[in-house]
Design a protein around this ligand. Structure first.
Ligand code: HEC
Ligand code: HEC
Length: 278
């Protein structure tokens, strides 16, 4: 009898969960994961592949570099021509000025990541700055915080796409510990994230919103969002961003796929957390 009750209860819970889970847009893929780096044995092909995963994952580059038009769509553009024309632009005053070739691309990409305003691609500057200030955050600082080795991998990936031979160094064996073994061991388990701050980090929200002091301003400041929006409005803003557009901001910038990429439990935690920011 007890067994039957337990069984019936389990079945009911499962049903309720399934129905609930299907009301919200779902959730197949896992959140971006931290990478383990077996640097001892990494060759350039491995480095390029690692760079691509970082570009789409931890680096959160595709949040902005996509077909929505907020930043150059680097995965679909002809980087060979683009990078060459940046270097030849009289407005470019970085360290690769007047240079050409693979090494010049390396310098240009590294500058773009560490000091985005050194050169702003025309038309992509922060509003009202006449293309003198880039809206791109430094990727070696929080919230993105790529390591030296990771930036090299991203450079190798982009150099490869631009049709030149990567010039970055391969990571040495000593650099292997940079892979944060403890954190990585946890991430191996692909279960949902349970800490809202981690969820924000892993989905790159602070690259566009001022959260945790990131000072990003592509999207509205979310400190105190709980006083402006209800729980439901916040949830909607995340899984269907273009349904309502915050005043003074443009549609089509916030990624549309959080509803698919996030687990329901993560979305709930995140919404609770944001609603609590008064
Ligand atoms: C919050 C949005 C955002 C994120 C995240 C972002 N970028 Fe950018 N990025 C931009 C914008 C906007 C530009 C164009 C303005 C400029 O030149 O700085 C740009 C420009 C660049 C350029 C120069 C492109 C060109 O056509 O000359 C490179 C290279 C670049 N980003 C690399 C990266 C990499 C690598 C990452 C991830 C590690 C990244 N970006 C993350 C917004 C972003
Ligand atoms: C590539 C930039 C970008 C990223 C990444 C991004 N957002 Fe946004 N977000 C925006 C923009 C732009 C708006 C304003 C336009 C709109 O309302 O859709 C916005 C609007 C919002 C709003 C509504 C705010 C208001 O005042 O109405 C919320 C809530 C929000 N985002 C939460 C998030 C969360 C949570 C994440 C991470 C899971 C995230 N955003 C990631 C750009 C971004």
């Amino acid at each position: 009898m007890t067994f039957l009750k337990v069984f019936a209860f389990s079945l009911l819970s499962l049903l309720v969960f399934t129905v609930f889970a299907n009301i919200l847009p779902q959730v197949q893929s896992d959140p971006p994961k931290e990478e383990t780096l077996d640097t001892g044995s990494m060759d350039m092909a491995g480095m390029i592949a690692f760079g691509e995963r970082l570009f789409r994952g931890k680096g959160t580059c595709t949040l902005c570099h996509n077909e929505l038009g907020r930043a150059p769509d680097m995965l679909n553009l002809d980087l060979t021509a683009d990078f060459a024309s940046r270097l030849a632009d009289p407005a470019y005053a970085g360290a690769a000025k007047g240079k050409t070739g693979a090494r010049a691309f390396e310098i240009y990409i590294r500058e773009s990541m560490q000091d985005p305003s050194i050169y702003v691609v025309p038309g992509f500057g922060k509003k009202g700055t006449n293309d003198t200030v880039s809206p791109m955050p430094r990727v070696d600082a929080p919230p993105i915080e790529l390591t030296e080795v990771e930036m090299n991998a991203v450079i190798a990936f982009l150099q490869d796409r631009a049709g030149v031979k990567p010039t970055v160094p391969l990571p040495s064996a000593e650099e292997a510990p940079a892979a944060e073994p403890a954190a990585t061991a946890q991430e191996e388990d692909t279960g949902p994230l349970t800490d809202p701050v981690e969820i924000i980090d892993s989905y790159g929200c602070a690259a566009c919103h001022d959260l945790n002091g990131s000072e990003a301003d592509l999207g509205p400041d979310l400190r105190g969002v709980g006083t402006r929006l209800s729980r439901e409005e916040i949830a909607r803003a995340i899984y269907d961003p273009d349904a309502t557009i915050a005043e003074g901001y443009e549609p089509g910038i916030m990624p549309q796929d959080f509803g698919e990429r996030m687990r329901v439990s993560e979305l709930n935690l995140l919404v609770d957390y944001l609603a609590s920011l008064k």
